[in-house]
Design a protein around this ligand. Structure first.
Ligand code: HEC
Length: 148
């Protein structure tokens, strides 16, 4: 009986924890407009996720593409290195959010790097800052936050 009770209790706790961590629906809402999303989702990363490619992406993320300035070195979108009052509008995405990682296809992320996310601080980076190839490298690094 007490075994059942502790099982029940642990399941209840699990439920509470999962509920507390469930991603905000506003974060999961697709950023690519409805009429373009099907085509965007069909685009796939042409580069393999090798350690070398991910390292190149990391160098861009922390270097010339300055993703780190908003998404944080740890990818959490509001790293200890970011001043909370320094940003207006929606917060930069937390790349360690597993639900968000699972909700997005690579092609949607690439679309964002090309077009930005309208009405937010997320600007477009292709082609001004990143070539297509570099953007795919950065995205391999963005994906690596989801595996930690
Ligand atoms: C000036 C701050 C800023 C910089 C620099 C920045 N971002 Fe963002 N980023 C944001 C914000 C704010 C959002 C949230 C936008 C939203 O909620 O639609 C975001 C969202 C995203 C998203 C999520 C879009 C989605 O579909 O949910 C991706 C991917 C992303 N950024 C990648 C990058 C990459 C890669 C770089 C570097 C090349 C970068 N960002 C640089 C502020 C920034």
């Amino acid at each position: 009986m007490s075994q059942w009770r502790s099982l029940l209790l642990s399941q209840l706790l699990c439920f509470v924890v999962v509920q507390a961590e469930a991603a905000d629906p506003e974060i999961l809402r697709p950023r690519v407009p409805d009429e373009l999303i099907e085509a965007a989702r069909a685009v796939t990363n042409p580069l393999p996720a090798t350690p070398d490619m991910i390292a190149k992406g990391k160098a861009l993320f922390e270097g010339k593409a300055f993703c780190r300035a908003c998404h944080g070195q740890d990818g959490k979108g509001f790293g200890s290195d970011i001043e909370p009052g320094s940003l207006k509008g929606p917060l930069p995405r937390n790349f360690t959010d597993q639900e968000w990682q699972a909700a997005r296809k690579d092609g949607e992320l690439f679309w964002i790097l090309k077009n930005g996310s309208k009405g937010t601080n997320m600007a477009s980076f292709i082609p001004q800052v990143l070539t297509d190839e570099e953007a795919w490298q950065v995205l391999l690094y963005v994906r690596s936050f989801g595996r930690q």
